[in-house]
Design a protein around this ligand. Structure first.
Ligand code: PLP
Length: 381
């Protein structure tokens, strides 16, 4: 038998895995499952991006690139960040195979055994795993009592952080709640980060998917330039989950450390995918607007449908998720919902918030309606 490393034994397999296994099992038996458990847009990648990727392949862009990514893409990313008010330079960017790798490299670069990482619950599942893989210790602040908003939880956050805190992760718009944090909330984070000399990851993966609000980029706030790690990617904004493309921006001294991990692990992001990324970031506004409008309509429809069944869902202004209040034993609720109603969702406890089920509304209106009907029919709402 193998003598496994403690760092992998500390980590649980992804909680969404159990749900998707169950869904696949049922589907294999011919059952029609409404799958609201997946975190990816249900739109095809816009054609101009596909064309750019194909053209790049045809043009022979199939070899390694420089490890941190091709300069033209890093320039385009820096320009995008500057438009968001972040003082960015191409040399402060690493292009990664997905935002997940960008986050992983950041954790590995900053966290030593025992270093404290503060998460805002409910938090995307991989932050916990990345903390454990890097040997860090978790300190979690619960936003559930505040309808998942950060501003009213600032006192709790102030209680939680200290000079021992190494890293705080902020994810706005949030997966799994959809919450977009107010400027006052982000300024509160800034004040605490400066006071306690904390590095903050701003995971802006859903920044393009907001409804009627303009999210502020944390790194644009006074005092945050030299302590913010901005992570973003192409998966959600451009419906490019399978292309695997993301990036990290941080002060150059951090980037040059992370670059070592990057070059010794992935070497570089895929060459022709990076070239398609240039097209995405510079030329895809209309498709992004269309997807955003569709998500907004679905969110509003879903909130109304739940309200008709007497369920009040705390709704956020971004991403394509909402947290449906369910039984305290949310794992049992989710298991029952998939078995009886054939509707797949993810237990809130996977994100640190029991008593909820995360619903992804990256599905057609027809399927969303079907899901609510089935849940009602089987007395899950
Ligand atoms: N951050 C958040 C909050 C996410 O929800 C996801 C994907 O689900 C990611 C990061 C990583 O996305 P990707 O690696 O596809 O860029």
């Amino acid at each position: 038998s193998f003598d496994f490393a403690a760092r992998v034994e500390r980590v649980e397999p992804s909680a969404t895995l159990a749900i998707s296994n169950k869904a696949s099992e049922l589907e294999a038996q011919g059952v029609d499952v409404v799958d609201l458990s997946v975190g990816e847009p249900d739109f095809p990648t816009p054609q101009n991006i596909i064309d750019a990727g194909q053209d790049a392949m045809d043009a022979g862009h199939t070899g390694y690139t420089s490890s941190n990514g091709i300069r033209e893409l890093r320039e385009a990313i820096a320009e995008k960040l500057r438009a968001d008010g972040v003082d960015a330079d191409a040399d402060e960017v690493i292009v990664t195979p997905g935002g997940k790798q960008a986050l992983f490299e950041t954790f590995q670069t900053l966290i030593d055994d025992g270093d404290e990482v503060v998460l805002l619950d409910p938090a995307w599942v991989s932050y916990e795993a990345m903390t454990k893989l890097s040997g860090g210790s978790l300190n979690r602040v619960d936003l559930a009592p505040y309808d998942f908003q950060l501003e009213p939880a600032l006192d709790d956050l102030a209680e939680a952080v200290s000079n021992d805190t190494e890293l705080l992760v902020v994810n706005s718009p949030s997966n799994p709640t959809g919450a977009v944090y107010s400027d006052a909330a982000l300024e509160g984070v800034r004040d605490l980060a400066v006071e306690h000399d904390i590095t903050v990851i701003s995971d802006e993966m859903y920044e393009q998917i907001t409804y009627g609000v303009e999210p502020t980029s944390l790194g644009s706030l006074d005092g945050m330039a030299d302590r913010t790690v901005t992570v973003n990617g192409f998966s959600k904004a451009y419906s490019m989950t399978g292309w695997r493309l993301g990036y990290v921006h941080a002060p150059e001294e951090l980037i040059s450390q992370a670059a070592k991990l990057h070059s010794h692990s992935v070497s570089c992001a895929v060459n022709f995918v990076q070239r398609a990324g240039i097209e995405a970031i510079t030329n895809t506004d209309d498709a992004v607007t269309e997807m955003r409008d569709a998500f907004r309509e679905r969110r509003d429809m879903l909130v109304d449908l739940f309200a008709e069944h007497g369920v009040d869902v705390p709704v956020g202004d971004g991403a394509f998720y909402m947290m449906l209040p369910v039984d305290e034993d949310d794992a049992a609720w989710c298991e029952g919902a998939i078995e009886d109603a054939h509707v797949a969702t993810v237990p809130g406890s996977a994100f640190g918030s029991p008593g909820y089920a995360r619903i992804s509304y990256a599905a057609s209106e027809e399927r969303l309606r079907e899901a609510v009907e089935r849940l009602a029919e089987h007395d899950y709402i």
